[in-house]
Design a protein around this ligand. Structure first.
Ligand code: AN0
Ligand code: CP
Length: 319
């Protein structure tokens, strides 16, 4: 594998999940693979899980790891070409990227949607420049439009907990006070469609996702109806995608919060969220603390998804 930014990069999903479960049984079977190889993780945005799980995964493979928080201690980076750099940005990505590439073997990048321009976000300008100019295999640790390490961990988790071949999985929008990217729901939709589950998306009017990600999913505007018979409820907030409201918060009413009454409509569904989650906005204390909440094992699987991806990128270095 030469890069990992979307579901296509991982190839056959059944094989990827089988490899993940094998790694989960023996995390230290490939400690020689990463020996004397260096992973550089670059964060333009905050992180708890991605930072720790990806570093742990690389250490399981015997790698050295360096972490750069661009906004804490590095020079402020300009990302547009052609700008007269007389403002507060001291360095351009076009120099910074090949310099960073020269110190490592593999690069992970976290760079969220900035909501300044839909075109810029959906063209994935930041991570695409890393792919083009670093000279190294690059993987996404959440880019502007996708969070594939999360979705892969979500898939592994559903495969571990499902009790039927084709479970009903419901992605539900839920309220949040701030504008959040569409990366997690876009990516989740992409992976759920690829896994060919019964997949339903529910959200208020105005929160329609990019149809390229919705794909063959059923969109149901009545949240309660969507929950009926669900085997998995996957909650997430996102800001509006459609023009002219791109990046805006349209609705914060807590009647979309996932609570016990709504969960009672499901087929005793498991509750999932990528975390971090705002309690009693996205989900009530009762639901997230219930025995059907699998948010912690879901987060733990981030180590496993990252390890499969980094292992394959390491193998790709010699291809
Ligand atoms: C981020 C998001 O919604 O994309 C990261 C989630 C993994 N969440 C927040 O910024 C709260
Ligand atoms: N789920 C996830 O990516 O969490 P962090 O933002 O803490 O990395």
């Amino acid at each position: 594998m030469k890069k990992f930014t979307c579901v296509e990069d991982i190839g056959d999903l059944k094989a990827a999940v089988a490899e993940a479960l094998e790694i989960k049984r023996n995390r230290f079977a490939f400690t020689e693979l990463g020996k004397n190889k260096t992973l550089l993780m670059i964060f333009f945005n905050s992180s708890l899980r991605t930072r720790l799980s990806t570093q742990k995964a690389a250490m399981n493979l015997g790698m050295n790891v360096m972490v750069l928080d661009v906004n804490q201690g590095a020079w402020k980076l300009e990302i547009e070409r052609g700008v007269v750099m007389d403002g507060d940005k001291a360095e351009h990505l076009l120099e910074a990227i090949p310099v960073m590439g020269s110190y490592c073997d593999i690069i992970g990048v976290r760079s969220f949607a900035r909501f300044e321009s839909k075109e810029e976000d959906y063209e994935e300008r930041v991570i695409e420049q890393f792919i083009r100019y670093s000279g190294r295999p690059v993987f996404s640790m959440e880019a502007a439009t996708r969070h594939p390490l999360q979705s892969f961990a979500d898939l592994i988790t559903i495969e571990e907990y499902k009790t039927k071949e084709r479970p009903k999985v419901v992605l539900t929008w839920a309220p949040h006070p701030k504008a959040l990217p569409q990366a997690v729901p876009n990516s989740f939709a992409e992976w759920m469609n690829a896994a060919d589950y019964e997949f339903v998306i529910t959200h208020p009017q105005g929160y329609e996702l990019d149809p390229r990600f919705v794909g063959k999913a059923k969109v149901e505007y009545d949240q309660r109806k969507a929950f009926e018979g669900a085997d998995f409820i996957y909650a997430k907030n996102w800001a509006a995608y459609s023009d002219p409201n791109y990046g805006k918060v349209l609705y914060t009413d807590r009647d979309w919060t996932v609570d016990g009454q709504k969960m009672a409509l499901t087929n005793d569904a498991y509750f999932m969220h990528c975390l971090p989650v705002r309690r009693n906005m996205i989900v009530t204390d009762e639901v997230i603390e219930s025995p059907r909440s699998i948010v912690i094992p879901e987060a733990a699987n981030r180590e496993i998804s990252a390890q499969v991806v980094i292992k394959r990128l390491l193998e790709g270095l010699n291809e």
